[in-house]
Design a protein around this ligand. Structure first.
Ligand SMILES: NC(=O)c1ccc[n+]([C@@H]2O[C@H](COP(=O)([O-])OP(=O)(O)OC[C@H]3O[C@@H](n4cnc5c(N)ncnc54)[C@H](OP(=O)(O)O)[C@@H]3O)[C@@H](O)[C@H]2O)c1
Length: 259
């Protein structure tokens, strides 16, 4: 990790902020991106001269392009891009509006596509690089009905990243594409969700953001296709996808989230 240039979106808070701390502590140069310029600037200052803040709205293609350009201008290269920025929703499927769906798909899905398309030419020139999308367990098993379009947007991210991996493998085996699948994490995610909703920190067993950040930092050091941030989540996915009738498992959904 030492001296690697790591772009982290959603670095102004939660998982992204913790990841910036861990990567910096391991010797990386970090490019911090989010909309809140003031918070980002303060974080860059706190970390030190290997940190650089670029105010960015990931839902805009041109901002992703600018982020890549400024990272290369500052540090000469990008080694890793962590597409972490995202937002939840608290509204069941039966009540979703088109605006809700557009918001979820733009913020969570198109942002990952824009990131890929912004940095991939640079990775291809160098025949190496690592793209990491922070998805969600809800993209694999949508067990929380109020997250509806959010879960769908993260399922789309999982699918996009698999397609990218398969596309790259024949010619660009040095470029990695990974998906991170957290369960509930103790951040402002719930409070920031579209239409409000329960505070993620109020769920018993919510995983500390620092633990998730460590999982992602380890992934940067040892690339893999997918990582669950807790072993129980992998077991849950295995059980769900091997069930003969998933409705029996779904009967237990809607309760407290898996730890
Ligand atoms: N917390 C959980 O329970 C949980 C579980 C599974 C997956 N995740 C995923 O983990 C990722 C990080 O979430 P978190 O828990 O750290 O949430 P958070 O505390 O709400 O932080 C979200 C971050 O994303 C940034 N962001 C949101 N919209 C953006 C935009 N359009 N452009 C640029 N930055 C944007 C926010 O910064 P600004 O407001 O400054 O732009 C902030 O830095 C998300 O992709 C989320 O879906 C979270």
């Amino acid at each position: 990790m030492k001296d690697k240039v790591i772009v982290i979106t959603g670095a102004s808070a939660g998982i992204g902020e913790q990841l910036a701390e861990v990567c910096y502590a391991r010797g990386a140069r970090v490019v911090l991106a989010a909309r809140n310029a003031e918070t980002l600037g303060a974080l860059a200052k706190r970390l030190g001269d290997r940190a650089f803040a670029v105010p960015t709205d990931v839902s805009k293609r041109e901002d992703n392009e600018q982020l890549r350009a400024r990272a290369i201008e500052k540090f000469g290269q990008v080694d890793v891009w962590v597409a972490n920025a995202g937002r939840g929703i608290s509204r069941p499927v039966s009540q979703l509006t088109e605006a809700d769906v557009d918001d979820m798909m733009t913020t969570n899905f198109k942002s990952v596509l824009f990131a890929i398309q912004a940095v991939l030419p640079h990775f291809k020139e160098r025949s190496r690089g690592h793209l990491i999308a922070v998805s969600s367990m809800l993209g694999r098993i949508p067990f929380a009905p109020i997250r509806s379009a959010y879960s769908a947007s993260k399922a789309a991210v999982n699918s996009l990243m698999t397609s990218l991996r398969v596309e790259l493998r024949p010619q660009f085996s040095g470029i990695h594409a990974s998906v991170v699948l957290p369960g509930v994490v103790a951040t402002e995610f719930g409070n920031n969700a579209l239409h409000g909703g329960p505070d993620s920190r109020s769920f018993p067993g919510a995983q500390p953001a620092s633990e998730v950040a460590t999982v992602i930092a380890d992934l940067i050091e040892k690339p893999r296709a997918e990582v669950y941030t807790r072993p129980q989540l992998r077991e849950m996915a295995a059980n769900y996808y091997s069930a003969e009738d998933v409705s029996e498992i779904e009967a237990g959904f809607g309760g407290p989230p898996p730890r």
